[in-house]
Design a protein around this ligand. Structure first.
Ligand code: NOJ
Length: 557
């Protein structure tokens, strides 16, 4: 198999709980995914990432794994999974699984055994330390808020958790534990999957000092993101992990490495890198503007996007590495709401995001529903929210003195549940996702936004995505998109995100006008129109005029 077999593929992320319910119990399942493989094939997808589907008590929707060798029965069985692999192979679709090994579930047998004997064999699979007096070992704050430490009843010991207290962190310093992890990975690779998305991998190496630092908020705690993330020494773990597992299968890996600086890309991606790819979160979180105050919603400019985006594009290119380019995933609000801050959106706006997602250098990842322009959900009350993170953030906001209505507005906008609403297949009850009441709210706009409506319409967003994927992967321009270099252009134009892609003698320009106003560009030679969200190009007397939110791809000779 060619070494870089993945380079010209577009990846589609499936959130299994919300994709398609073929068994009609209100929850999506593996049989449902099989039913929709032809849909994905027609869209041009050749690789699918399925979010965590292992056995789990579902405190964090499957990212709390209680048995790495079993599939959560609500999704199906190992036999269903094997069917899925076979059916996907028939359609030339590769499958990526989620790998959640920074932590497991408190229901995992390792942790249950550790609780019984915290200083014994399994106790050392976790991070267990003595408190100081009646206080936890240090003042680190976990990703979902609150201390990373949880007391172990009847002892003066605490265990460490980066996420919820039901997700105890695994101790990667322990060789036996690492070997168990390699066994798990090889078990799934042997079943014929193409690779993994590595969950929360930034956190596997802890800052070994375990000391307290100056608090960054009134709660007296300090964010983990500043004291123990991508900690030096992590590369030693990652190298061994790669050698014992992925390398043996020429597997594809994409890492969730938050806060990774472009300066460090060469260590993690590239020909000698530790992963095939890492997500570029710099521009995915442009609306947060580096603030840790998630409830502060900021609008952002083209410049806010362009700065981090081109910095990371350049760094990845320098080390011959591939970034994973995503605008959405199961942890983010819908990109339309984020980028255009409204409740209804135009075709041009949605197609603008499609062009951005699919024309950069790297591996494009699409999230289910993005291809039909699914939007944030019209939440009515906080009781509709299921996501553990949003609920803990809501409580934190109330404790911080935020007005409950404001706090609700903020989570309604940023809640991860926005991405997790059932896929809108048609205009039938429950959006054709299931015949039974789904586990989470269906977006009320499903009658106007759904697959069936767009499938038959050549001018729909779905058709635009198909055309764009075709252009990227199976056209005379494929190599320029999948292998070409990238340089930012028109840097002086504040409203433009613009770049040039070059492969051998072929040169493409991609111009995205992220504003409500026209933008004029001087071009002395008439550009050759390739694709755009206005389906035409306004060019007259050496001037190319970009309309509001116009996204244009053209060839330059
Ligand atoms: C990142 C996952 O994407 C998210 O859904 C989960 O809550 C955390 N990691 C913990 O596994």
């Amino acid at each position: 198999m060619e070494n870089k077999w993945w380079k010209n593929k577009v990846v589609y992320q499936i959130y299994p709980q919300s994709f398609y319910d073929y068994q009609n119990n209100g929850i999506g399942n593996l049989k449902g995914i099989i039913q929709k493989l032809d849909y994905l094939k027609k869209l041009g997808i050749e690789m699918v990432w399925i979010s965590s589907f292992y056995k789990s008590p579902m405190v964090d929707n499957g990212y709390d794994v209680s048995d790495y060798y079993a599939i959560n029965s609500q999704y199906g069985s190992i036999a269903d999974f094997e069917d899925l692999i076979n059916e996907a192979k028939k359609r030339n679709i590769h499958i990526l699984l989620d790998l959640v090994v920074n932590h497991c579930s408190d229901q995992h047998e390792w942790f249950q055994k550790a609780l019984k004997d915290p200083l014994g064999f399994y106790g050392d699979y976790f991070i267990i330390k003595k408190g100081t007096g009646s206080r936890p070992p240090n003042n680190w704050r976990g990703i979902f808020g609150g201390s990373v430490w949880e007391p172990i009843e009847g002892t003066d010991l605490y265990y460490y958790h980066t996420f919820t207290k039901e997700q105890p962190d695994l101790n990667w310093e322990n060789k036996n534990l690492r070997n168990e992890i390699y066994k798990i990975i090889n078990f799934w690779l042997e079943k014929g999957i193409a690779g993994f998305r590595l969950d929360a991998i930034s956190f596997i190496k802890k800052n070994p000092s375990y000391e307290s630092f100056n608090a960054d908020r009134p709660d007296g705690l300090v964010a983990l993101r500043t004291v123990s993330i991508n900690y030096p020494g992590i590369e030693v773990f990652l190298k061994e992990l790669k050698e014992k597992t992925f390398d043996r299968f020429n597997a594809f890996t994409v890492a969730e490495m938050s806060a990774l600086k472009p300066e460090s890309f060469s260590k993690f991606i590239g020909n000698e890198g530790l992963f095939t790819s890492v997500f570029d979160f710099g521009f995915m979180n442009a609306d947060l503007k580096n603030s840790t105050l998630w409830y502060k919603h900021n609008s952002f400019s083209a410049l806010d996007v362009a700065l981090p985006l081109f910095k990371s594009q350049e760094a990845a290119q320098q080390c011959d590495g591939s970034l994973a380019i995503a605008l959405e995933n199961h942890d983010q609000p819908r990109s339309l709401n984020k980028w255009f801050g409204s409740t209804t959106f135009s075709f041009e706006q949605a197609a603008f995001l499609a062009v951005l997602n699919l024309s950069l250098r790297g591996i494009p990842f699409l999230f289910q529903g993005q291809e039909i322009g699914m939007t944030n959900v019209d939440w009515d009350t906080v009781s509709e929210i299921r996501d553990a993170k949003s609920l803990s953030q809501y409580e934190q906001a109330i404790t911080d003195g935020i007005d409950p209505r404001e706090a609700f507005k903020a989570i309604a906008y940023r809640s991860r549940d926005n991405a997790r609403s059932p896929m809108q297949w048609n205009d039938q009850p429950y959006a054709g996702f299931s015949k039974n009441m789904p586990w989470t709210k269906v977006n009320s706009n499903y009658q106007s936004i759904n697959v069936q409506k767009q499938e038959s319409d050549p001018d729909s967003l779905l058709s635009f995505y198909k055309a764009l994927i075709q252009l990227r992967c199976k056209s005379k321009y494929s190599r320029v998109f999948t292998e070409g270099s990238l340089v930012q252009i028109f840097k002086d134009k504040q409203n433009l995100i613009a770049f040039e892609r070059i492969y051998q003698t072929q040169k493409i320009h991609v111009l995205l006008n992220y504003s409500n106003n026209d933008e004029k560009i001087v071009c002395d030679k008439k550009p050759f129109y390739v694709l755009g969200n206005y389906r035409s190009m306004l060019y007259e007397k050496d001037i190319l005029r970009l309309r509001p939110f116009e996204a244009l791809i053209f060839e330059v000779f």
